[in-house]
Design a protein around this ligand. Structure first.
Ligand SMILES: NC(=O)c1ccc[n+]([C@@H]2O[C@H](COP(=O)([O-])OP(=O)(O)OC[C@H]3O[C@@H](n4cnc5c(N)ncnc54)[C@H](O)[C@@H]3O)[C@@H](O)[C@H]2O)c1
Length: 323
């Protein structure tokens, strides 16, 4: 199979590229390198079955070039990270909305299956214990820029669903919950690499809000095989799947665990949301998935613990210091 991965130079996309190449497939990566890097692709860039196309999912000519001979598409490209969304809200909205519609249309023209990466953010402020795929969305005002990522991703899902309904396009939607691991950067707001980088530098660990918000972190190497299994499974088409871990931690506990695992002398400093993100920022107190559906469909069951994840991110960040 020849797979196109949009966002292939990103954190999840580059692990997916490695996984597919190791399984004997060809991979084309389309990426504009806005948050991804060529460094993420250093393990695959010389592989004979790999091709990189620098370009945007908002550029139909770049998509056409990348789609040549492709049998299936992983649409992972997006403007991500709270800092990115708040700094470049309009550009991010365009990428996350028009980019996805472009990729669905390109897949429809060639009648190839496509997996669309959505996000747990679409659940917004719904703090139910164990969010199932049909849980309600509780979203703040559309005039709060913070919600534009969730709004765009929700519309992406609707686009994908309607392409499957009205064009018989083979689509799968996934909602990752806080996927973490080597290569993820803290630069755009991701909390685990941000804390690890601060701890390794002996700087204060900055917890935004009261630190009591609960999250579940899942290792990227547990998520990637599930993406492949879902796109290969025709009975998954037209459906949506949560992908995440159910091991819970508060953000304050996470900071403490990072300090202990790094042996750092860092202190923990709490910063009010308004100071970190500007006035009117809203967050959700709890974000816990129910992944029964993905387990029933493809046996999705994350093996790696939060301690494994923290250890992997520390090892990765240590190697990257100075690069
Ligand atoms: N990591 C997580 O916790 C998480 C959680 C939920 C959803 N997701 C989704 O998974 C996907 C991958 O995220 P990630 O964590 O690997 O982030 P990432 O930033 O590492 O990857 C996104 C990639 O898309 C590229 N990109 C951005 N705009 C583009 C454009 N216009 N054209 C082409 N490429 C573009 C970036 O350069 C980057 O390489 C995204 O769709 C994201 O919304 C991730």
């Amino acid at each position: 199979m020849r797979y196109l991965i949009t966002g292939g130079a990103g954190f999840i996309g580059s692990h997916l590229a490695e996984h597919l190449l190791a399984s004997g497939h060809e991979v084309v990566a389309l990426d504009d390198l806005s948050t991804g890097t060529l460094d993420n692709l250093s393990t695959v860039s010389n592989h004979g079955a790999f091709r990189f196309v620098r370009g945007s999912v908002t550029d139909v000519a770049a998509i056409e070039s990348a789609m040549a001979g492709v049998d299936a598409v992983f649409h992972m490209a997006a403007a991500v990270g709270v800092f990115t969304i708040l700094d470049k809200t309009l550009d991010s909205l365009r990428t996350n909305l028009h980019g996805t519609e472009n990729m669905l249309e390109a897949a429809r023209k060639r009648d190839v299956p496509i997996l669309v990466a959505s996000t747990s953010e679409i659940y917004g402020k719904n703090t139910a214990h164990g969010l199932t795929e049909d849980a309600d969305r509780i979203i703040g005002s559309p005039l709060k820029n913070r919600w534009s990522y969730a709004e765009a991703k929700a519309l992406d899902e609707t686009f994908a669903y309607l392409y499957s309904q009205e064009h018989d396009l083979r689509t799968v939607i996934v909602r990752p919950f806080n996927t973490v691991g080597p290569r993820q950067t803290g630069r755009y707001g991701m909390v685990v690499p941000r804390f690890v980088t601060q701890a390794l530098a002996g700087q204060p660990i900055t917890v935004f809000g009261d630190g009591q918000q609960t999250r579940c972190f899942c290792h990227v190497l547990d998520v990637v095989p599930a993406l492949v299994a879902l796109l290969s499974d025709s009975s998954a088409y037209g459906q949506v799947f949560n992908l995440g871990s159910t091991e819970q931690t508060t953000i304050s506990q996470l900071a403490e665990r990072v300090i202990s695992a790094t042996g750092s002398s860092s202190t923990i400093v709490k910063i009010p949301y308004e100071e970190a993100y500007g006035d009117g920022y809203e967050d959700m107190q709890r974000r816990i998935p129910d992944c029964t559906k993905a387990f029933d469909q493809v046996g999705f069951s994350p093996r790696r613990t939060l301690d494994d994840i923290i250890a992997a991110v520390i090892a990765d960040r240590r190697v990257r210091v100075g690069r």
